[in-house]
Design a protein around this ligand. Sequence first.
Ligand SMILES: Cc1ncc(C[n+]2csc(CCOP(=O)(O)OP(=O)(O)O)c2C)c(N)n1
Ligand SMILES: [Mg+2]
Length: 579
Amino acid sequence: MGTVEPQVAADAQAAVTDGFQLVIDALKLNGIDTIYGLPGIPITDLTRRAQAEGLRVLSFRHEQSAGYAASIAGYLTQKPGICLTVSAPGFLNGLNALAHATTNCFPMILVSGSSEREIVDLQQGDYEEMDQLAIARPLAKAAYRVLHAEDIGVGIARAIRAAVSGRPGGVYLDLPAKLFAQGIDAAAGRSSLIKVVDPAPRQIPAPDAVKRALDLLKGAKKPLIILGKGAAYAQADADIRALVEKTGIPYLPMSMAKGLLPDTHAQSASAARSYVLPEADVVMLIGARLNWLLSHGKGKTWGGKSHKDWGGQKFIQVDISPTEADSNVRVDAPVVGDIGSCVSALLAGIGSGWPKPPAEWLNAIAERKAKNIAKMAETLAQNPSPMNFHSALAVVRDIVRANPAAMFVNEGANALDFTRSIVDMFEPRKRIDVGTWGIMGVGMGYCVAAAVVTRQQVIAIEGDSAFGFSGMDVETICRYNLPVCVVILNNNGVYKGTDVNPRGGDVAPTVFVKDARYEKLMQAFGGVGVYATTPAELRKGMEDAIRSRKPTLINAVIDETAGTESGRITSLNPSAKKK
Ligand SMILES: Cc1ncc(C[n+]2csc(CCOP(=O)(O)OP(=O)(O)O)c2C)c(N)n1
Ligand SMILES: [Mg+2]
């Protein structure tokens, strides 16, 4: 009997499953293998059991980093990145990333435990009481709550579909504490799960929309293509490159579309941006929105007389969302569908005999490009002391060129703008940065996800302020021993380190501790810390990091006078000096 009893107990156990198990089973069934999160009531056991079941559970020091990691994992994989948090405060810490994912069209699911509905709804003061679903809803593409274990399969299926289909975005999934411990019959539980079929169905563009776009493009004298991160997300790299090359049209990559074609490509017009935008007559946007990053498609940037005036361009907009067109200016030829299907339809329509754009247009761009590139080369060749953004980034540029497969993370103001224009990218989806909002704090979360998802070396170029938002998660990088090299372009502050408080006393709001030794933070957790005051020291530090694949933080000391207010978007500052 003694030997039979445990068997009976095991059978009885196996006949019942619970909410914890069903969540894990539903994720696994849908090919989700990684959770980015931070444990605590009520999800601690979920993290433990998920790990025991073979999911990779990456535990962070702050939910915000976990959330940013999940969001960028979604961007890189086209599968929803999962961020798992506790209730109220943990949920709120993850919410910024959820909103970021929605804004940037990254598929992500924020899964948060929550407190007892009966108590929360009567506002009786439960542990971490908060109506999380209501708070998440306006920031998410969709928000769901599951109350019964038998609905977990549906809840997770809906969350996955909402995150990745159409225009991707952030989804909130609310799982109350009571749900996890609910037991149900194991067989019934199993059959309640859904393996989502075709979660992001292709959306084929209408043939007449494709023809309209190509007719417009064919008549152009000064055509231009703008590639956005939607184009990078689509993973239609070969077709996008073929479209650009077969048409011979100059193109501009938006920040995260850099590398879709190598930045050194002859057709790249990046170095002549301020010439091509106002001059172009037909602009084809592929997975790029006419938001503030493109000056809303109007104003002086586009050749308009004042900041509200439209230029003379006609726009073709290739986008998954039918409501994107006309959001800022008239779009003459919207092509609605998923980028992959749209680009392949455009390619088919182009055939082989497509005429190259007029030589006059191409030559004018080439001329400007050559001039600007020569000017930049001159600046980069200087070796001032102290080191400035340019002399430091000349090193980073060389290192990235020698390691084109490395993932590249970038945040800051000057540290972002200078890096984006100086450091060329050579492969698609290598550059990940502050995105649509210009958000600070994505750095360490992005580093972790990039390393985990791609298994490549990660290089992060961080402003000292930007780094501070998520700096503690260098411990996470060390704990998982990830091949991440963080370079802090340290100019002692936000934009620069030279502001002065006219009244004396406290330092100015933009200024940090002088000569802060950020590299010691990495050393504290067993990583490598490097203090670099010259380009040669920076180069050696980066080369050693890449050779060893050890977590490394290089504190690159930059001239504290080198930056400008707000980097390249000074004009958006409501300055006290302006009337
Ligand atoms: C979450 C968030 N908070 C604040 C800001 C405002 N902001 C923009 S850039 C920046 C930091 C710039 O300093 P740093 O990262 O050191 O770059 P630098 O210009 O000095 O190179 C800040 C605080 C922001 N973009 N996002
Ligand atoms: Mg700074």
